[in-house]
Design a protein around this ligand. Structure first.
Ligand code: UDP
Length: 336
């Protein structure tokens, strides 16, 4: 394991220890994905972790080091299809989804299915086994927001038939499904709306990669850095340990039942500035090239995290420069 991941995981395990008594059984759907695998690593020292993943976008390599750990089991499960388990879980963290815009736009039906039927299947399991469940939602439920920074009370501005709707509307249904199970059956559901997160293990392959990993791989290979549109569109990038720490607090905290929390770093940056920062940190000779704007691309994205600050006693700790340095170091080691 890369020393940066090892060190970051050790710190997250301390957060888990502060919040979890130990010995619980936890299901993580999408556990072989980027965020899911960080959660597996963070929780496995204190709990029995079942990782369910259909490996559509998750990678076996993200959890292969946990093979043989008596607290860990991997199962190939597509949560959107019919699946049965007699096992009961104390906690369920439901992350299964295709998160990358290029990828989910190529698989819109599966993308909708996992957030809608998949979420219902997982909620049924939570109801049967009386487990608490955390749903990994997204800043995309806000669409192209009219209010920046965006609070949880904002209802969103989503194109229901647009290219992103399979993801945005799917996650909105997933949230509605959580609230329905909470209201009708009393299930302890919690929702986190995750804003752009980056860090070691984030996928970078081809057009499926997100802006941060694509720019890093382009910059360290001296290739043109591809900015879509004029690069004035903004995002707020949160380092993985900050996002995972918020998820742990949201699912284990005493005050999260039936609640929704924005999780992200409130520092808003333009995509052009992000490209320049990555070129600077990697000391790359890459040039920036401007390509066609991505269709339906939200123009600004920045979370209001007052609620997570006050209720979960959480705020991000890793700044963009530091987080990028760690991520770049990991990408360099991966390409060797
Ligand atoms: N982007 C870009 N070049 C790339 C990949 C992404 O300019 O090679 C832009 C994309 O159009 C969007 C932003 O970077 O405005 C963030 O894209 P990403 O796919 O990381 O996530 P999103 O926030 O759109 O889900």
């Amino acid at each position: 394991m890369h020393p940066i991941i090892r060190n970051d995981i050790a710190n997250l395990q301390k957060v888990v220890k502060d919040h979890l008594e130990g010995g619980q059984s936890i299901l993580i759907t999408g556990g072989a994905g980027f965020l899911g695998s960080w959660l597996c690593d963070s929780l496995v020292a204190n709990a029995k972790v079942a990782c369910y993943d259909n490996l559509s976008t998750g990678k076996p390599g993200n959890v292969s080091h946990l093979k043989g750990n008596k607290n860990f089991v991997f199962k190939s499960v597509d949560v959107a299809s019919k699946w049965n388990t007699n096992q009961k879980f104390d906690l369920i963290l439901h992350l299964a989804s295709r998160p990358s815009p290029d990828d989910y736009q190529k698989h819109p039906v599966e993308t909708l299915a996992v957030s809608t039927q998949g979420t219902r299947n997982v909620l049924e399991l939570a109801r049967r086994s009386d487990s608490r469940i955390l749903f990994a939602s997204t800043s995309e439920v806000y669409g192209d927001p009219a209010i920046i920074p965006t609070p949880e009370t904002y209802w969103g501005n989503v194109n229901p038939i647009g290219l992103r709707s399979c993801y945005d509307e799917g996650k909105r249904v997933g949230e509605a499904m959580c609230m329905a199970y909470h209201r009708q059956y009393g299930v302890d559901t919690r929702i986190v709306r995750i804003f752009n997160t980056y860090g070691p293990r984030i996928g970078a392959k081809g057009a499926y990669g997100r802006a941060v990993p694509r720019f890093i791989v382009q910059a360290i290979n001296g290739k043109p850095v591809t900015v879509y549109g004029d690069g004035k569109q903004t995002r707020s990038f949160c380092y993985v340990t900050d996002t995972v720490s918020a998820m742990i607090r949201a699912v284990l905290g005493k005050k999260g039942k039936g609640e929704v929390f924005n999780v992200g770093n409130p520092r808003e940056v333009s995509i052009l500035d992000l490209a320049k920062t990555i070129i600077r940190i990697t000391k790359s000779k890459s040039k920036i090239v401007y390509l066609a704007e991505a269709p339906d691309d939200p123009q600004r994205r920045c979370p209001d995290i007052s609620k997570a600050r006050s209720v979960l006693n959480w705020s991000p700790r890793v700044g963009l420069n530091e987080g990028l340095k760690r991520t770049i170091s990991w990408f360099r080691s991966e390409s060797n």
